[in-house]
Design a protein around this ligand. Sequence first.
Ligand SMILES: O=C(O)C1=C[C@@H](OP(=O)(O)O)[C@@H](O)[C@H](O)C1
Ligand SMILES: C=C(OP(=O)(O)O)C(=O)O
Length: 428
Amino acid sequence: MTKVLESQKVSLKGEIAIPGDKSISHRAVMFGSIAEGKTTVHNFLEGEDCLSTIECFRAMGVEINRTEDVVEINGRGFNGLKEPSQLLDVGNSGTTTRLILGLLAGTDFHSCLIGDDSIAKRPMARVTVPLRLMGAKIDGRENGQYTPLAVRGHALKGITYESPVASAQIKSAILLAGINAEGKTTVKEPHKSRDHTERMLGAFGVEVESDETSASVEGGQTLKGTTVNVPGDISSAAFFLVAGAIVPNSRIRLQNVGLNPTRTGIVDVLDMMNVKYKIEAERVESGEPVGDFVVETSDIKGTEISGDLIPRLIDEIPIIALLATQAEGETIIKDAAELRVKETDRISTVATELNKLGADITPTEDGMIIKGGTPLHGGNIDSHGDHRIGMMLAVASLITSSKVELERPEAISVSYPTFFEHLAKLSR
Ligand SMILES: O=C(O)C1=C[C@@H](OP(=O)(O)O)[C@@H](O)[C@H](O)C1
Ligand SMILES: C=C(OP(=O)(O)O)C(=O)O
């Protein structure tokens, strides 16, 4: 599919409610499925990735009912999961693949995970290696490095694992396996990654010990069903935060945005780059801080983004790169080699596609150097099947001098199915 995005010459005004957080929606379904009793999830993200998670648990016999953005899960406990008679299809979702592996490892049955062409290229040894240290029997392409992956459920024992990368998917897979293992499981990481697993396990009645760079659980704990109110996804809000800052004469309000400090690296960058914004109506919902953003057209400045800021904004780097093309001065992004193993190699896809529109981005091994102040022109560009690249390019089209043709815009439904509706609502 190709979507023609006319050079809009619009300003952005008005307000939208940001859809539910993808990381939290996945976890609510997973934890509800292994909990005892009913779990109700409000403001569930109806993105394709989260729907893949629902289908995987349905295939393991869990009753899950969905009416618009409310999901009800009738959990029968971890031992209530049944051996699936079909392949578990994770679609495009790395979070589904890695977190589910942690659960499947400790079952008493056989299961097989498969996903799309992008998932087949994403590294899985980062979870199969530590899970095997716990006793897991996992096999797969290239000795368990890539999907399809087959799991023969097995008794697990707790470990202390030092992860070489700051990754919430690695941490969560090990902690979820740890709940069903004998003894204590601890995960240490070089920088703190998002802590939704730790927070939500607490809400489901599991004791988790955590500090700046480690988290531990004792095995043998039971989850109890609960109610989860999913905050809006700051990673989705990021596209409109940048759109509001770069489109002339704009002022928009983004309601209900999650402000978990392990996710607010983008807010630090708004400050560093001189973006005019306010956070209002701050509150806490289901153990997660939430607020509304007001953002307006700004005189942006280049900056340097590196170190422990990276895991706090990893999914926002494509849209931050677009912001940097409109800044005064250069922006340097480093320590972000993880971008190379996302849905696409995001260092390469960001640079290739934005440079087609007139940006000046030099990819480096672990990031990029973005020359600011480059006006953008029209052209034919491609999401490469990556939702975040697709949305970043659609925001870029708001400031191009002529029309943009975007290939594979359908990828956007992975995390933000109402993205184009929201963009139309704000465009004046
Ligand atoms: O745990 C999660 O929900 C996620 C963790 C991050 O991945 P890594 O754990 O690979 O850094 C992030 O990029 C992904 O979109 C969602
Ligand atoms: C990397 C992402 O997700 P996942 O790892 O779940 O595919 C993302 O949403 O940008």
